[in-house]
Design a protein around this ligand. Structure first.
Ligand code: SAH
Length: 393
């Protein structure tokens, strides 16, 4: 097998079972591994450390498949995907939802593999050379573990470019996608756009937080910023909100959200197409106020390099949101930026409250739902950080 030999002393993070090997840690490569090939990783002293997938174009030069010497083959993917699938079976059986994240990358021991299940369709997203190399085996394993009929490829995220890979989408197995796909979450139905929608079609990670908003929406005026297909807005309506305003810059997303609200026979809401940064300013100038505000923006800082600019953007919208809250109101604010740590996010939100002149306390930390697990050795898996803040009466 091809070998990747680390520089002296660079085995430390691997010994703590962090699954990424950065290019700077690599001393030399024995053999000529191709993109996505399996390599054996050894310390400079020759000690075996892991088997990993080789990514020649990426700063993350290899990602660990396993910590013991073993073959990486179809059986490996069957084993890992079955394990991941079993972890989600209770959630599917609970009746809370018929859509779950089946595989969450590194946290399920499968770097670069994301798979979301919508009823009998699995949407796959492969973001590393190693994952791409095993696409056929991963597809078979997903079909076998889930009993789903169709696997659809949505590997069109920008991060693939870092691995030297082109975007790819299309049918991998089974029947063509249905015209409309409906998922159910907390007794609400949502239309999912698998081919054109964001991510794999729906933001499954916010499932628990949407229910949380529903539980505190009764009689309230709610503002849902970055609403996409209406996940939070619909739950606010279902929870008896007095009025709901939802903002997104995408007209297509708003159309989807409005259609979702209608098909659930929910009361009318105000759907606003626009840039949240500007809409919040306009609302402030108009003197509008709300009891609940949700801020669920897209990734402002995919990596640490963009953290500073992103921090300013987070501060801006959080400051405006605090200003729009009535006394006693609550802000549910999120960051899904890998480049912003939980600690930094809390500091940004604290700074925003200070500058807005409000006295706020943390009522809770919010996280991605349990089908997006975080393993202790891979804290980067916790990309979604949220704070529920209560403003003083
Ligand atoms: N809260 C949603 C997910 C939000 S995803 C849910 O529960 O499903 C982020 C959304 O922000 C996308 O729909 C995108 O169209 C929108 N968006 C991105 N930048 C924006 C901006 N500057 N102003 C308004 N919306 C924006």
């Amino acid at each position: 097998m091809h070998k990747l030999i680390l520089r002296p002393g660079r085995e430390r993070s691997l010994k703590r079972r962090h699954p990424w090997i950065f290019s700077g840690a690599v001393g030399r490569v024995d053999g000529e591994p191709g993109r996505g090939d399996t390599v054996e990783v050894r310390s400079s002293g020759g000690e075996f450390l892991a088997v990993a997938a080789y990514s020649p174009s990426s700063q993350i030069r290899a990602r660990v498949w396993d910590w013991k010497e073993r073959a990486i083959d179809a059986g490996f993917f069957r084993e890992r995907i079955l394990r991941a699938s079993k972890l989600r079976s209770a959630l599917l059986e609970s009746g809370m939802t018929d859509a779950v994240r089946l595989v969450h990358g590194e946290s399920d021991g499968l770097p670069g593999v994301t798979a979301d299940r919508y009823r009998d369709i699995v949407v796959l997203q492969l973001t590393s050379a190693g994952a791409e190399r095993w696409r056929a085996e991963i597809t078979d394993a997903l079909l076998q573990a889930s009993g789903a009929a169709t696997v659809w490829d949505r590997s069109d995220t920008e991060v693939r470019a870092l691995e030297g890979m082109e975007p790819r989408t299309g049918l991998l197995h089974g029947a063509p996608l249905p015209e409309t796909l409906i998922l159910h979450e907390h007794d609400l139905s949502f239309r999912v756009e698998i081919e054109r929608g964001h991510k794999t079609g729906f933001y499954l990670d916010q499932r628990d937080n949407r229910l949380r908003l529903r539980a505190m929406a009764s009689g309230c005026e709610v503002l849902d910023c970055f609403c996409y297909s209406g996940g939070f807005a619909l739950n606010a309506l279902a929870g008896g909100a007095r009025a709901v305003t939802a903002v997104d810059s995408s007209g297509a997303a708003l159309e989807l959200a409005r259609a979702n609200a209608e098909s659930n026979r929910l009361p009318a809401a105000e759907w606003v197409e626009g840039d949240v940064f500007q809409v919040l300013r306009r609302f402030r100038d108009q003197g509008r106020v709300f009891d609940r505000v949700v801020l669920d923006p897209p990734k402002f800082a995919p990596t640490g390099a963009q953290a500073e600019r992103a921090a300013r953007a987070y501060k801006d919208i959080n400051l405006l949101a605090f200003k729009l809250l009535r006394p006693g109101g609550a802000l549910m604010t999120f960051s899904c930026s890998g480049g912003i740590s939980a600690d930094l996010f809390q500091k940004i939100v604290a700074g925003a409250a200070l500058d807005a002149g409000v006295d706020a306390r943390i009522a809770d930390w919010l996280h991605a739902a349990a089908d997006h697990p975080v393993t202790l050795n891979f804290p980067e898996g916790e990309y979604l950080k949220g704070l529920l803040c209560r403003v003083a009466q």
